[in-house]
Design a protein around this ligand. Structure first.
Ligand code: NI
Length: 434
């Protein structure tokens, strides 16, 4: 039997006008119809109808780059340059990383993402099997990959085992409805060109995404140029890694020729504006990327460098900083950033049936509660989503036709249990560090 849901507003995508008092028809995991009460109710008699009231139903958001287990490190080292933050704090703590930290850190992040209306995300970290276990339990969807780098990993040990593990995951999750696997070399300063080449070959063998941090800081460009005499994009191009399966994260320091090249070869970019600002990395040339025709997603990056997992605020920041640096408020529109956070993000991660609330698409949707005072009045539902909504304003989340959160209550995760476990983990981390 089909389910019908309605609310004051339905925002099907950035290409359709917001639908006032619309009715959305869901059959199992898919949307099959959308229309007014008069059109829909007589067509589907005896169906369950849920009226959500004074709310906006919108496509579930996509966090296209993060490191979810790192929520356990939120606030552990602040106000430092990326290389100092990584080398002096994060890498030494990660050398002592435990599987259960990854599992509970993931769950903490999942709670935050669910409450921010995120349905799909992309993760790169260690002990990814634990991330997968938590994601499967939560009902969210994810593209995940074990981070590959040349030095020994606290998770898989020597590099060779990293390739074996990635291939094992690629095989095991080839047909999985919720989980997709990416080959995830960390960067060109933690992976040699030979390592990246092997990653590219592996991604080609399984037609998998290649997920890598690229051109994040000027120090990265200098380090790579010092070692190899070339810029990171040039190396990646020579290795054959720039193609439609590339998910290049950050790209703060891309020059004009590199933007043109990425566009020509259909590579995808993920923009993480708040992490780039917080780490003082700079501001990515987003308007130039969009003008060149590149599909760009939005990511929070890890919760230890952001320090949250709120895609609403990434949309707002992405838009505001471009308007500010260009001294032109028309340079980017609210539709552009919402598209990045919905169906472009979904497509970039390989979930192209998600990101729109139209017949044929997956029923992945979130519900924004207009009873919050900063969401009134509702002249423009799309602008409310982009400029006024915040983490915690989402009352309901549905993924593939199943409720994950209903009226602010997460149905798939025990929130109190997660908070208790994370308190315990904080004590363990402090006892190992100090
Ligand atoms: Ni990152």
């Amino acid at each position: 039997m089909v389910k019908i849901i309605s609310a004051k507003w339905i925002l099907p995508s950035t290409e359709e006008r917001p639908f006032k008092h619309g009715f959305l028809v869901i059959d199992r995991d898919k949307i099959i119809d959308l229309g007014s009460k008069e059109e829909i109710l007589p067509k589907y008699p005896n169906s369950e109808v849920i009226d959500l009231g004074n709310k906006i139903i919108f496509p579930g958001l996509v966090n296209a780059h993060t490191h979810v287990p790192m929520s356990i490190f939120r606030g552990i080292a602040e106000d430092l340059p990326l290389m100092v933050w990584l080398k002096e704090y994060i890498f030494p703590i990660e050398a002592k990383l435990r599987e259960e930290w990854v599992y509970w850190g993931t769950k903490l992040s999942l709670i935050e993402m669910i409450k921010s209306g995120i349905a799909i995300f992309c993760d790169m970290y260690l002990f990814e099997k634990e991330v997968i276990r938590a994601v499967e339990e939560s009902g969210l969807k994810a593209l995940v990959g074990e981070g590959i780098f040349d030095f020994p990993s606290p998770s898989y040990g020597p590099l060779e085992r990293g390739f074996e593990l990635t291939e094992e995951l690629l095989k095991n999750f080839e047909k999985h409805p919720q989980i997709k696997i990416a080959v995830s070399p960390h960067t060109l300063y933690t992976c040699s060109p030979e390592t990246v080449k092997r990653c590219i070959k592996l991604s080609e063998k399984y037609n998998a995404k290649l997920h890598i941090h690229l051109c994040e800081t000027k120090e990265e460009i200098e380090e790579v140029k010092k070692r190899y005499g070339k810029r990171p994009v040039e190396i990646l191009k020579e290795l054959g890694g720039i193609n439609e399966n590339l998910i290049a994260v950050h790209c703060v320091k891309l020059n004009f020729e590199e933007i043109e090249l990425m566009a020509k070869l259909s590579a995808k970019i993920v923009h993480c504006p708040e992490s780039n600002l917080k780490l003082g990395s700079g501001i990515a040339p987003l308007t130039e990327m969009l003008r060149a025709g590149i599909k760009v997603g939005l990511g929070t990056d890890g919760p230890a460098s952001n320090n949250d997992l709120d895609i609403f605020s990434e949309m707002r920041t992405a838009s505001l900083i471009q308007k500010g640096i260009k001294e032109d408020p028309t340079v980017i529109k609210s539709e552009d950033v919402l598209k990045m956070a919905t169906f472009w993000g979904a497509e970039i991660l390989g979930f192209s049936e998600s990101g729109k609330l139209l017949p044929g698409y997956k029923a992945d949707l979130a519900v924004l509660d207009l009873s919050h005072y900063s969401l009134q009045p509702d002249y423009n539902p799309l602008a409310l989503l982009v400029y006024s909504a915040k983490n915690g304003f989402v009352s309901d989340l549905m993924i593939e036709g199943k409720w994950i959160m209903r009226d602010y209550k997460i149905l798939t995760i025990n929130e109190e249990e997660v908070i208790e476990k994370v308190k315990k983990i904080k004590k363990e981390i402090l006892s190992l560090l100090f």
